[in-house]
Design a protein around this ligand. Structure first.
Ligand code: FB9
Length: 490
């Protein structure tokens, strides 16, 4: 029986146990028992419980299905010559049988004789009740009319019941036979040679991995991992960005950003009140920075203002990771011999700006920096073109821009096929000599750099229109769990 069920499933894909009982002309309980034996051999089938209203025979109905209806049996008990009603009533279920046989027109009472005799009115009959109840017994109650079912229910020959059955489908370990499929090839099987006698479950290469129960990466961190991988593939090393608090000196002065620049006031920058000031700077370098701001140098006329140490000492939340780039370039310039650098950073920066659907007071800046002899704007374009190509972006345009610390500077745009429009994707430039020379970066060495954010590409990639759906206290954690794997160039 098990093989018959498995064969049926193989040919038809699924089957109800009720259907199988009808098909194999077996009691439903026998099918259920066979199902249990199949399940004991592994996940050959899946069994989805199904509760459905069914009609079944009562005990009396089973008797009638087996031995005929009371009215048919009473008709058969009436001899050709007739029988006294009192005699006839001694038969089992005679009362019901007599009444039904009379209403069916099968018998009549001949009162012309004394005593009156019960006689047959028709030469033969068809016991429809028995035929109908046999249909009900094999699950074919749908062949009865509602009126017939109501009649038999009234006579307590049938009753409604909730039949618990199962919908069977092929399981992950489906097989046409009950021979348990081995899932592991063990050392014992190999040494004993017993593997030759065993059946092995075939690999299901389409099987999905078990969904992780925890440890989901936020989309931002998925994109960060992809960006980090791209930089590492391109030979860049990551900068140490583990200091959100920075001095104005490294965040602005070292980058030749004048102390009166609007970006340096409290409307654009978060200043730290405690500790409010830094006081440890490389003294000789600080003097060179002060000079290049106030008097110029290295061919530059400077900004010609009274540069204030107190302003440079103010602590703040860094407004860009270029502050870290400055620290790294200064550190490299202190080495005896300058070695070319390829550095990157991806970390939080903070700006006291107007918030909107795509801008918060903090975001992740992505920055790439290359320092080497004789680098040109062409090298810069080539490098970030390669970087963006790995994001699937190939159609780039550039617009002249201004940054206090780079000259020339360019805004970078791309035509985004998904959005069907040109979008700004970053900013770039060549660090000015007024920034590099005070550090001690040798003549002939140029430093090129570009930057973008993490949030914008993530919003586009994952289809977010409002940044508050991506980051912040209102984020739906289920979004994090359900966010798909990040493939930036797909
Ligand atoms: O990321 C930005 N846009 C972007 C980037 C990638 C992207 O990928 C999609 C798959 C296609 C899509 C969009 N932008 C830079 C441009 C705009 O979003 C802009 O509105 C917001 N900008 C931020 C600053 O806003 C206050 C993004 C952020 C930004 C801008 C400039 C830099 C870094 C981040 C820089 C720099 C720099 C320049 C020279 C030298 C060193 C660093």
């Amino acid at each position: 029986m098990a093989e018959k069920i498995l064969k049926y499933l193989h040919d038809n894909g699924e089957a109800s146990t009720l259907k199988l009982a009808e098909l194999f002309n077996e009691a439903h309980q026998k099918i259920i028992g066979t199902l249990k034996s199949i399940q004991a051999n592994g996940d050959l089938v899946t069994a989805e419980p199904v509760s459905e209203k069914n009609i079944e025979l009562t005990d009396e109905g089973k008797l009638v299905a087996k031995e005929g209806s009371h009215e048919a049996n009473l008709y058969k008990a009436v001899p050709e010559s007739g029988i006294a009603q009192a005699e006839l009533m001694k038969f089992p279920n005679a009362k019901v049988g007599f009444s039904k046989a009379m209403s069916n027109g099968w018998i009549f009472v001949d009162k012309a004789v004394n005593p009156p005799l019960v006689k047959r009115k028709v030469p033969n009959i068809t016991d429809l009740v028995q035929d109908h109840l046999k249909l009900v017994d094999v699950g074919k109650h749908s062949e009865l009319t509602d009126k017939e079912k109501a009649e038999y229910k009234k006579r307590k020959l049938i009753q409604e019941a909730v039949i618990k059955s199962f919908l069977l489908k092929k399981g992950p370990e489906f097989n046409l036979s009950l021979n348990k499929l081995e899932t592991d090839l063990t050392a014992d099987m190999l040494t004993s040679g017993n593997w030759k006698n065993l059946k092995f479950k075939s690999y299901n290469f389409d099987a999905l991995g078990a969904p992780p129960t925890s440890g989901f990466l936020h989309p931002l961190l998925k994109v960060r991992a992809e960006f980090r991988q791209i930089f590492l593939e391109m030979g860049f090393s990551e900068m140490p960005t583990n200091n959100y608090v920075e001095s104005s000196f490294w965040n602005f002065d070292a980058l030749f950003q004048p102390q009166q620049h609007p970006a340096r006031d409290a409307h654009d920058t978060f200043f730290v009140s405690d500790p409010q000031y830094s006081n440890k700077f490389p003294e000789d370098y600080l003097q060179r920075v002060k000079t290049v701001h106030s008097k110029g140098g290295y061919g530059s006329q400077g900004y010609r203002y009274d540069w204030k140490l107190k302003e440079a000492q103010k602590n703040l939340l860094r407004t860009h990771t270029t502050a870290v780039s400055a620290r790294m370039l200064y550190k490299a310039a202190q080495e005896k011999e300058f070695k070319p650098l390829k550095l990157f950073s991806i970390d939080k920066v903070f700006r006291n700006e107007t918030l909107d659907a795509t801008h918060l007071a903090e975001f992740h800046q992505v920055e790439g920096v290359i320092a080497d002899y004789g680098l040109t704007l062409g090298d810069l374009i080539g490098v970030f073109a390669e970087f963006f190509k790995k994001l699937g972006i190939t159609e780039l345009e550039f617009k002249p821009a201004y940054n206090p610390y780079t000259e020339p500077s360019m805004e970078i745009f791309c035509f985004h096929p998904g959005l069907g429009k040109w979008i700004e994707i970053g900013n770039s430039g060549v660090f000015r000599p007024e920034m590099l020379r005070p550090m001690g970066i040798p003549e002939g060495v140029t430093v090129i750099a570009w930057g973008l954010s993490l949030e914008r590409p993530t919003m586009i990639k994952y289809g977010f229109n409002n940044i508050r759906d991506l980051v912040g206290p209102k984020v739906d954690l289920e979004m994090v769990q359900k966010s798909p794997i990040c493939r930036l160039n797909k």
